[in-house]
Design a protein around this ligand. Sequence first.
Ligand SMILES: [Zn+2]
Length: 269
Amino acid sequence: MELDGNGWVDCRCGARHWGRHGAAGLFLVVDGHVLVQLRPRWAHQGGTWAIPGGARDSHESVVTTALREAQEEAAIDPAVVDVVGVRRMQHPDWRYDTVIGRASVRPPVQEHAESVLLDWVSLSDLPDWDLHPGFRESLPDLLVPRMSLVVDGANVVGSRPDGWWRDRAGAAQRLLDRLEGLAGRVLMREGKRYLAAHVEVVVEGQARDVADPPLDSLLRVVRAPGSGDDTIVDRSRNLSDVVVVTSDRGLRSRVPDSVPVSTLFEWLS
Ligand SMILES: [Zn+2]
């Protein structure tokens, strides 16, 4: 269904938002500068600066939406964007996902008719600009350190006596449901704020039968071809800002020393 996201939502927060299936935008950072666009006067809360973005169509992931909008509004080639995470603002009946992207050099950009002006602004100057209220509200979360949580599905599921051994895929699904509330949010740990910009769950054996998360989910399921621990060690070496979530001491000793290891309880409390 092309363009089935276009439309207003009367949200129980009292505001009216654009995007029947939510909206998403691209926060593209290159060398400490962010691409922003001046929204046209006729647009909702126009005349302010924000990131390229728009309504999500039901067949799109939030990353797909953000990259498509950036291409439509600023002619950004999606291939040059390295997506490093997502920040989610959840409303009662709507949400906005800010997709955080990086590029090694500033890609060529071009104003679309819909956007009056594009500019690169340094992260430190950004708060002084006349920003769209929603974008301004998201800034503190976008500037805290990011984390990629790699969750040891077998260990975390096995630590709860909820009958998981009878239905491993069902237990994995319950874990995904719990983790859904963490992805894209700012979490506290030891008094510091972190953005859980990427959350993935590594599953093995029968738990691999768990269903894929819905398109608009920020969770990723990684099905280990063999041992889940091997896959987790591999992922911990290849992701940036990674934190491994497990209480398995054997696994803890196998991940690189530079990678923090924590239990899920620390993040849910
Ligand atoms: Zn709302």
